[in-house]
Design a protein around this ligand. Structure first.
Ligand code: TXA
Ligand code: MG
Length: 325
């Protein structure tokens, strides 16, 4: 098994390392090594126009990477770093165009996972890393899920760190303009952010794509995913009526029902944190079983994580969400 020290050496020598963070596993390269960064795009099958996030340790001098740190960004960093919040700044010349896909901004995050922190500290430099999944596939929240997707790829090393405790990617907020804008909902809810900066955050307009990665089909398992959202009784009645195949896999909340293979995402409708933690594990589990059809329960609730879950599930199911009134 790779040690943190060895992982830092591998990165320094231009290799890629899959490493744990509190959100999902990352596929990392030394940000200053263009060849290694290029390999990320190749191995993931990621389009060149989709920029990468930089990961830094808390004491890294951000001024090297950005032109200016706005006051509101400082407030957010003080409250949420290290943690699952990514901020988007005007970039400095030091950040390569390959990382930002030619954009004038750069997204930066300071992870809180102890192993990610140790790795960044040992390295002393930023790591460029997208989520550790083949482009379009579900993100990885365990090393074995990442390994399954990348085991055939050469030049990738694996750093173990257990199950990602949050399980959903970071929230991305653009602090480079006058108004603070949400680029991707994530583990930190908009309500939490607004409480701290005491102003409303602009949510993404549907007409203008602001984050290139949001264009693509994403997080999708191989089988056909249907998400059934509503209260428990209605969801289950719908599933009972529509389930045909013996092999349909169920993602359930609470006790299982019907004689089908199932995975429990959480025990109650309002336990959305646990649901979020288990979501990618579930989608990867379905792929491992080569599921052809998947029915997944989703509660109807005002929980602050619901918009993030809906964002991921819209993409994972290509919009195949049945909303029961
Ligand atoms: O939690 C996370 O953020 C994980 C862990 C590994 O840190 N990383 C992650 O990276 O989710 P990725 O590459 O899968 O998603 C990053 C998103 C993409 O949608 C990308 O388009 C967007 O961030 N992004 C990156 N740089 C950007 C920029 N300068 N402007 C707008 N969007 C940007
Ligand atoms: Mg991703």
């Amino acid at each position: 098994m790779l040690s943190v020290l060895k992982a830092a050496e591998k990165l320094k020598n231009g290799h890629l390392v899959i490493f744990p963070t509190e959100t999902v596993y990352g596929l990392g390269a030394l940000a200053s090594n263009n060849e290694a960064v290029k390999m990320i795009f190749q191995l993931k099958g990621r389009p060149q126009h989709n920029p990468l996030i930089l990961h830094v340790s808390k004491d890294y001098p951000l001024k090297k990477l950005v032109q200016h740190i706005p006051k509101k960004a400082k407030i957010l960093m003080k409250r949420f770093w290290p943690g699952p919040l990514t901020l988007c700044f005007k970039k400095s010349d030091e950040v390569s165009n390959m990382i930002t896909a030619g954009l004038s901004t750069v997204c930066i995050r300071c992870p809180s996972h102890p192993i990610a922190r140790q790795l960044l500290k040992k390295l002393g430099e930023p790591i460029a890393a997208p989520s550790a999944n083949i482009s379009g596939k579900p993100s990885s929240t365990t090393l074995s899920d990442a390994k399954r997707q990348f085991k055939k790829k050469k030049g990738v090393f694996f750093l173990e760190g257990g199950i990602s405790p949050l399980g959903l990617e970071s929230t991305i907020v653009d602090v480079s303009g006058k108004k603070i804008r949400l680029l991707r909902p994530g583990s930190v809810s908009v309500q939490d952010l607004e409480k701290v900066i005491k102003e409303s955050i602009q949510q993404k307009s549907h007409r203008k794509i602001t984050s290139p990665g949001q264009l693509l089909e994403h997080y999708a398992p191989k089988g056909k995913l249907t998400v059934i959202q509503g209260n428990r009784k209605k969801r289950r009645r719908w599933i009972q009526r529509h389930i045909r195949k013996r092999k349909t896999i169920l993602g359930v909340i609470g006790e299982p029902f019907l004689l089908r293979e199932y995975f429990t995402l959480c025990s109650r409708d309002n336990h959305l944190k646990t649901y979020g933690k288990n979501l990618y594990r579930f989608l990867n589990w379905c792929d491992e079983r080569q599921a052809k059809e998947i029915f997944l329960e989703l509660p109807k609730t005002s929980h602050p994580l619901l918009p993030t879950l809906l964002n991921r599930l819209q993409k994972a199911s290509s919009g195949n969400i049945v909303m029961l009134q």
